[in-house]
Design a protein around this ligand. Structure first.
Ligand SMILES: Cc1cc2nc3c(=O)[nH]c(=O)nc-3n(C[C@H](O)[C@H](O)[C@H](O)COP(=O)(O)OP(=O)(O)OC[C@H]3O[C@@H](n4cnc5c(N)ncnc54)[C@H](O)[C@@H]3O)c2cc1C
Ligand code: SF4
Length: 535
């Protein structure tokens, strides 16, 4: 097999359009192609699906809206990274400002800019999928083959203690001195030296994002990868058509002679645009039942910043190496976890719930701040009442934290405050709007008051884990896609990304997305794609 760097040179970036035009003698602004399958999106789901189908001899074309960034051209500063590699130029805002969501918009999707924590849900979650949604085959044991293959390809391993940074060490030490037990996290890197730039793209290609793994795998088996093309519509029919339009690099001059539009005819369409954009694409294409876009899960987070008398430098080192799980049973199997967050200055500033001088003073000594986050497994009160809709030519996200999810969040914040003070924090910045400055704290302080806080005073929840917005079920009254992830009512249109989960994962989603999608993509791939009776 050719080496991965050579394979990446085959990616069709805008600079190559002119050459293709000349070689194929193509005129006009529309480029027309044909494939067995077209995959829309190159993140955790799409790249794995493309690699599986290509490996089985399918002619695959994958299109990605974002640009191709890699270690040679990742933006150096946070401003340029957010605006060119993140969706909506940095943050997707919920319609009423209740949530701010981070997602990648670059080759490799969110895996290119994620923080690498590598987890799989506990069996009570996947048992719930089988019992309530008829979706089987995904307990840790049942899906073990696929989890193992993903772990091997991505070099998933426990983060060594030598690479644990102070941001995570504080969680480790603070929770050890209480009755809560810290656990080490696994991540997907090879040769990581703890530069702490994961969120901006790893400058030494240590993080094993999909653009370095499954995308080269797909190319090596003949797949065509086209960046800077945004799918605008899927047209159903015996042969499907995916229409896309050119999506320029935010800061680079667009070459002359580019194709402004792309039309791909294919037997099979795989929608892998992520849990926000996949439902938006299906909705604007008028495809699917009333559950497309419903029950969006966010794995909502809240942050407490803790001030220490020494340097923490949350932005240096491996972002996440410790998790503190709730010591309590939780509500209906829904619980909270605590992790560290490697916020750089813009994100940190946006998460401080007060302004002006108090905000400036808080951030002045930013390197002494530690950031702990509480992540709640949403859905404790039943199906999450949140959605993605397409209305008046625009995608809109609606999210409402339910009462029990908020209760779990408050329990988590109380535990996090105890952990941070046990580790020696002197001030805490709470995510409640009523506070106008940090609160002085000391070891042993009682934080029971947090449990009486009203969710109405919460600062907007954050999320980097949107999922479950096109949920799967063998019953079309409960899901928008069936157990093979095929869209109800639309043969040969599949959804293969983090949208498919019927209930919230409760863990960071990348490994679950890859291994669950690999499972179903391999089943699809093994069908003879030229035998239309089987497809
Ligand atoms: C900052 C950050 C940190 C994270 N940290 C972790 C972590 O530590 N551990 C973990 O497990 N998970 C983490 N995640 C989440 C994880 O990366 C995602 O859950 C996972 O990548 C989701 O896979 P996906 O295929 O659904 O979507 P994505 O990986 O987001 O890929 C979707 C792709 O589709 C493209 N696309 C969208 N619309 C279109 C269109 N119309 N046409 C063409 N292309 C389109 C997008 O540009 C994007 O590249 C993090 C995410 C972020 C943003
Ligand atoms: S911590 Fe640094 S070296 Fe390690 S994967 Fe992240 S960006 Fe790369």
């Amino acid at each position: 097999m050719k080496n991965d760097t050579v394979l990446l040179e085959q990616i069709v970036t805008p600079e190559k359009h002119s050459f293709i035009r000349k070689k194929e003698n193509l005129k006009g602004t529309i480029w027309k192609l044909q494939a067995d399958a077209v995959v829309i999106g190159s993140g955790a789901g799409g790249s794995v699906a493309a690699a599986e189908l290509s490996a089985h001899g399918w002619k695959v074309i994958l299109i990605e809206e974002g640009s191709f960034f890699n270690s040679e051209n990742f933006p150096e500063d946070e401003f340029h990274a957010l605006s060119s590699m993140y969706r909506d130029g940095g943050v997707i805002f919920e319609e009423k400002g209740q949530a701010s969501i981070l997602q990648g918009r670059t080759l490799g999707g969110s895996t290119t800019i994620n923080w690498q924590a590598s987890l799989y849900p506990e069996d009570h979650v996947t048992n719930e999928w089988r019992e309530k949604f008829g979706l089987s085959g995904f307990t840790q044991k049942e899906n073990a083959l696929f989890i193992k293959q993903v772990h091997e390809r991505l070099n998933v391993h426990t983060v060594p203690e030598s690479l644990r940074n102070e941001n995570n060490n504080i969680l480790f030490r603070g929770s050890q001195s209480l009755s809560v037990k810290p656990e080490s996290l696994k991540n997907n890197s090879k040769g990581c030296i703890g530069l702490g730039r994961c969120g901006l793209g790893c400058p030494i290609n240590a993080k094993q994002s999909t653009f370095l793994t499954y995308i080269p795998d797909a190319i090596s088996k003949g797949a065509t990868i086209i960046t800077n093309m945004r799918a605008t519509e899927i047209v159903d029919g015996k042969t499907k058509k995916v229409k896309a339009e050119f999506s320029p690099h935010r800061f680079k001059k667009t070459p002359s002679d580019i194709f402004e539009k792309l039309e791909i005819s294919a037997q099979v369409v795989i929608v892998s645009a992520g849990a926000i954009e996949s439902p938006a694409l299906l909705l604007r294409s008028n495809l699917g039942n009333g559950l497309v876009g419903r029950h969006l899960k966010l794995h909502p987070t809240q942050t407490i910043f803790a001030r220490f008398t020494r340097e923490v430098k949350m932005y240096e080192g491996v972002p996440q190496s410790i998790v503190v799980k709730s010591p309590l049973p939780g509500i209906n199997g829904h619980n909270f976890w605590i992790e560290a967050a490697p916020y750089r200055l813009s994100l940190a500033t946006s998460l401080i719930p007060f302004f002006g001088k108090a905000q400036f003073e808080t951030l002045k000594n930013y390197k002494n701040l530690q950031a702990g986050i509480v992540l709640a497994r949403d859905g404790a009160d039943g199906p999450v009442d949140s959605s993605v809709e397409w209305k008046f030519g625009r995608r809109r996200v609606h999210y409402q934290l339910s009462r029990s999810d908020a209760q779990n969040m408050l329990l988590g914040l109380k535990t996090l405050a105890e952990v941070q003070t046990a580790a020696g924090a002197t001030e805490l910045v709470f995510p409640f709007r009523r506070f106008t400055r940090p609160v002085s704290v000391k070891r042993g302080d009682d934080f029971s008051w947090i449990l009486s806080e009203s969710p109405d005073t919460f600062f907007a929840v954050g999320s980097a884990h949107p999922h479950g917005s096109i949920q799967a079920s063998d019953d079309m009254a409960k899901g928008a896609i069936d157990g093979n992830f095929e869209l109800y009512g639309h043969k040969n249109i599949f959804v293969m990304d983090a949208s498919v989960f019927p209930t919230a994962l409760g863990v960071n989603p990348q490994i679950t997305t890859m291994s669950v999608i690999m499972n179903r993509a391999r089943a699809l791939a093994s069908l003879n794609h030229r035998d239309s009776k089987k497809l």
